[in-house]
Design a protein around this ligand. Sequence first.
Ligand code: SF4
Length: 404
Amino acid sequence: MMLLQDTTVRVIGDPRLLSGVDQGRLDHQRHLWTHGAQPDLTREDYLKLTDAVGLRGRGGAAFPVALKLADLPARGIEAVVVNGSESEPVSRKDRLLLTLAPHLVLDGATGLARALGAPHVLIAVHDAEAAMSIREALMERNDGLAIEVADTPGRFVAGEARAVLSALEGGPAVPPGRRVLPTRQGHRRRPTFLSNVETFAQLAVLARLGAKRFSSTGLISEPGTQLLTIDGAVRRPGVIETPTGVPLEAVMQFAGAAAGPVLLGGYHGRWLPHSGGVVLKRPDVSAGIILALGTDTCPLGEVHRVAQWLASQSAGQCGPCVFGLAALVDDFDRLVKGDPAGWHDAERHIGLVPGRGACAHPDGSVRFLASALEAFGEDVRLHLADGGCGRQVRGVLPVPGGSW
Ligand code: SF4
């Protein structure tokens, strides 16, 4: 176990991505002692390896890496982009990797860039400590590629792939109106491989271990390990590396979580009434964020706080997102106060908003709110009958700014 600022780091099983970080940041020499040298692989090698282990991206979308690689054209790939914007407010895993194991992330990105013939590697980061560590790591090695570290803003939608690409070219860090795949039109409108920080660290481990050894732990369908960020009503918040498919209940016990509902997948994720009977795998686990709510706070009041923050994060360019999320905030406000019209309007707006924005923000926000109404049905009944559930809103769910 070690501490990075406010983040505790732990492991269930054998560490892979977090090997050696219990002694602090791995400089290049310690990185090589811990992981060995990065083998030179071809594009075909990466395709076969990622397909064999079913590796999925470790950001929110959990898209299969092999499919993304297969979608790239044979030639003319402009860049490999490491998305380290980690805009989910609770998530800590990517900044932790960039800060403590920067060379593992760089190995994954540069190894793939060489295999794809991409001349540029771009690393988008918004955390100052992580940016400093990755810049220091670049001075400790020579990859023979044009590698650039760019600071990006920390807003929620600024982490969306196309928002990152826009920011990297000096544009606004918001998704453009059209949905275009980075594999077709990415950096400088040219084919680009973009994925999140943990994906590149996984690629570096996979390149070293090969498919068979990589598959010696975790699920058969998606073997290996995963990084999870645990927060909320837990005694030991932080980042945990576990085999894929570990029971949620085991992770919650390990983190010292209070009994009660669990939010799986962050603020675009889903509520579960409790942690029993769930195994942690993609796509459900999304970017690996798990929040315990406990039983001594008002769930609907907590959800309303997060809804206000989610609405504030809209990039303000799509009507259904701007007006729909604002309406849902108002609906939940009235529901919390016991107004049945608030509940009915929330149900109606939840059906109207999804699928109509230029990015996944409204859909993810609605998923979070809809699953709250489902998981907290008894609390809805209490609020409508008595004007409340008898519990204060304690602010268990972290939101930036803290004013919600
Ligand atoms: S859906 Fe919302 S967050 Fe996404 S681009 Fe449109 S306004 Fe911005």
